[in-house]
Design a protein around this ligand. Structure first.
Ligand SMILES: Cc1ncc(COP(=O)(O)O)c(C=O)c1O
Length: 381
């Protein structure tokens, strides 16, 4: 039997091995900070921003961003209904309330009109998520944020290497955050990055991520209680190598998407991610939507593909439906309001998008999809 087709995973090459080995051998003592600094500088330069902070995770980045903006109890933060829980959990960490806004039907990113309808006198920030490699309408969101005096955070965990109007995803808000989890386009195993052009936010992040010490403090003098959110030298070396290969990694993601688009072109009743004309998509996950009136449910497609040795994931569940949030009155209101998110989520699955997949793997998945949908002339391998 053929091995299972993995849903996600990185491309690690000789450059990564070389830099990590260099750090294992020499990245200690006075060199301990060398690679984190290099990674941060190179990442900031690549994204055209003044400041970048390498962190243990993207979740830590979101937590730091909210803490640096001094958000807390009584404040509301608007988040998209469709995203991984890591976007909304840090809102709860700081004691604020997440408000779930509906998404756009075309690219599944937060809908600026829905955001506007969620703004109240308690709203302090918007977290926009560049879902599956798409990039939100950040110009419209920025306009809203400026009109209402809100902070705009871009969660580009899934969109490193994407661009909108030529500008890098993650660099389009007051703060941007990225994930380098092992499933992501660019990885450090676990890891993340926070970027910002705002010196005031950068200063607070620098203090808060290092247990409340002044920047450059050598006297181990803590002015406040902060967090321990720094990236070590080994993952930073891996990240620096991956960053140098970012264009190649995104090209491979785009190739995987185009193989799917070709192999599934003649299958009726399904659609894939949409790339807007102004966006250069990095297609973190090629995602398949069943048409609304399809006779098959996504659960059956998921089970059928899994049985064929093809690892898939369900489209994110609406956050307001999760037991983690469903008890909140805000979640109950969101459930009644966010029709697009509930509809899209109920029809979508992520297809295998690991960076090591070959065209033959994608064709095997496509045959599996056709078989499960009952449109296959051939048998799945
Ligand atoms: C949209 C989104 N935000 C945040 C995160 C959190 O990233 P991390 O796992 O690096 O904390 C993820 C990770 O899967 C994500 O998909």
């Amino acid at each position: 039997m053929s091995p299972r087709v993995p849903v996600a995973g990185p491309s690690i090459g000789s450059l990564e091995e070389e830099l990590v080995l260099e750090v294992v051998r020499h990245g200690w003592y006075e060199n301990a900070g060398l690679y984190p600094d290099r990674f941060e500088r190179a990442f900031a330069e690549r994204h055209g921003v003044r400041h970048a902070f390498a962190l243990p995770s993207c979740t830590a980045g979101l937590h730091l961003a909210l803490a640096a903006l001094d958000l807390g109890p009584g404040d509301e933060v608007i988040v998209p209904e469709l995203t991984w829980i890591a976007t909304a959990a840090p809102v709860v960490y700081v004691g604020a309330t997440p408000v779930f806004a509906d998404v756009d039907e075309t690219d599944w990113c937060i809908d600026p009109a829905a955001v506007e309808a969620c703004i109240s006198s308690r709203t302090r920030a918007i977290i926009a998520v560049d879902l599956y490699g798409a990039v939100c309408d950040m110009a419209a969101l920025r306009g809203l944020a400026e009109r209402h005096g809100l902070a705009l955070i871009e969660d580009a965990a899934e969109a490193v290497g994407s661009r909108r109007d030529g500008r890098m995803a993650g660099s389009l808000g007051d703060v941007g955050v990225f994930s380098f989890h092992g499933s992501k386009t660019m990885t450090t195993g676990e890891g993340g990055m926070l970027v910002t052009d705002r010196d005031d936010i950068a200063y607070r992040v620098r203090v808060l991520r290092d247990h409340g010490r002044d920047p450059g403090d050598r006297w181990f003098w803590n002015r406040e209680v902060g967090f321990k959110y720094r990236m070590g030298a080994l993952p930073a070396a891996l990240g620096l190598a991956q960053l140098q290969r970012l264009d190649e990694l995104v090209d491979q993601k785009r190739r995987i998407f185009s193989w799917y688009a070709e192999a599934l072109a003649d299958v009726p009743g399904i659609s894939l991610n949409v790339e807007r004309p102004t966006v250069h998509q990095s297609y973190w996950m090629t995602t398949l939507l069943l048409d609304r009136r399809h006779r098959l449910r996504k659960e059956a497609l998921y089970a059928g593909l899994s049985a064929l040795g093809i690892d898939v994931r369900p489209f994110f569940h609406p956050l307001s439906e999760l037991p983690a949030f469903a008890h909140l009155s805000e979640a109950r209101a969101a459930h009644r309001r966010n029709h697009v998110a509930y509809d899209v989520s109920s029809r979508g699955i992520n297809l295998p998008s690991a960076l090591n997949l070959t065209r033959a793997d994608i064709e095997r998945v496509a045959r599996g999809v056709k078989l499960v949908l009952g449109v296959a002339a051939e048998r799945a391998a």
